[in-house]
Design a protein around this ligand. Sequence first.
Ligand SMILES: Cc1cc2nc3c(=O)[nH]c(=O)nc-3n(C[C@H](O)[C@H](O)[C@H](O)COP(=O)(O)OP(=O)(O)OC[C@H]3O[C@@H](n4cnc5c(N)ncnc54)[C@H](O)[C@@H]3O)c2cc1C
Length: 381
Amino acid sequence: MDFALSEEQKMIRAMCREFADEVIAPRAEEVESTGNYPYLIIRQMADLGIMGIPFPEEYGGGGGDWVGMNLCVEEISRRDAGLGIMLDVTLLAAHEIEVFGSEDQKRKWLTSLAGGKEIAAFALTEPDAGSDAASIRCTALLDGDEWVINGSKQFVSNIGLDNCSIVVVVAVSGKNKQGKSIINTFIVPKGTPGFTVGTQYDKISLHSLTTNELIFEDCRLPRDHILGGEGRGLAQHLATLQTGRISIAACSVGLAQACLDESLSYAKQRVQFGRPIINFQGVSFKLADMATAVELGRLMYLKAAWLKDNNLPYTFEASAAKLYASEMVEKVASDAVQIHGGYGYMSEYAVSRYYKQAKAMQIIEGTSEVQRIVIARSLQT
Ligand SMILES: Cc1cc2nc3c(=O)[nH]c(=O)nc-3n(C[C@H](O)[C@H](O)[C@H](O)COP(=O)(O)OP(=O)(O)OC[C@H]3O[C@@H](n4cnc5c(N)ncnc54)[C@H](O)[C@@H]3O)c2cc1C
């Protein structure tokens, strides 16, 4: 067993840490409080090659792996978890095209996403279909040589951004002989007539991630915009989500590491009863538990990413990493506020921001309950 990172993975982590410390951290609080989107930061991330780390060089990527990619997601999220999720969502769309797309689709769409010129969105959730993804109602019906999409999607991250060029959408194209929905996936360029980006949701936190509704009214697409096999859309999407779950685990670990960093430094300088509070076992044991939990979350997402890189099954490990890390970060963020006492509840302290951000990790890309369903199923196969 070898836990050592390769030289390339170490280099990626060091580069992303430096970038996150020097460029992202100074703006994170301002972006969270004003909601002014940090387009320049995304451009700088693209210039560093961050968006393309795991994709083949022939499609504009870095030719790296998912261990390296997720080390990067952790480092970005340590300074701004919303940007970590923005990155995860665009990676998901790009990865679905990489795995299921035709050669033409890869040349046309993956290349610009991997190069970071544009970012992408991923639209599955609907007003009446969240965890129960198979119950989506948005339709895509063939009319001659075109698909016509009607319906709406909700909670679509990235789609409201000016530099988002496409959305990967899942829709129903009819019923099979057993009466089950035939579900397909489509690549829809933003700006296609009949495609409207709706209201931006007013989230309680994570303002560096924009999330909007999306409406389709007779939105016509050329026939070749279907992604992957006919009737395979949902299975493809769910398979891609397994990769996303590794990244949400990495986001959670990054955010939890930030909670630990802030708490450790606060506990060393806050004096009560005549000594720094880190000298009280009640505080230092809390820090010890936080550090242990963060390390376990990190090992879990790295193992899932390593399995993926080695073409081994990773469904159980991805869901377990996502479940553990997302539940862990909520507890760690709560302990971080506790260590800061009353100051931790004040907006000017970063841990108050982290506390609000942590909850989302248990919901995005499959709730904790859905992860338990996936894990329980994998125990029975
Ligand atoms: C910040 C943010 C960004 C998002 N970005 C995107 C995006 O880019 N694209 C996208 O498609 N979606 C996105 N989502 C949506 C997200 O994936 C869904 O919110 C999530 O899958 C849950 O669906 P739901 O909200 O409809 O909850 P529901 O499915 O209605 O669940 C409600 C509750 O019931 C529980 N539950 C449901 N079914 C079961 C069951 N069988 N057993 C036990 N418990 C169950 C759930 O776990 C949950 O606790 C985003 C959400 C958030 C918060």
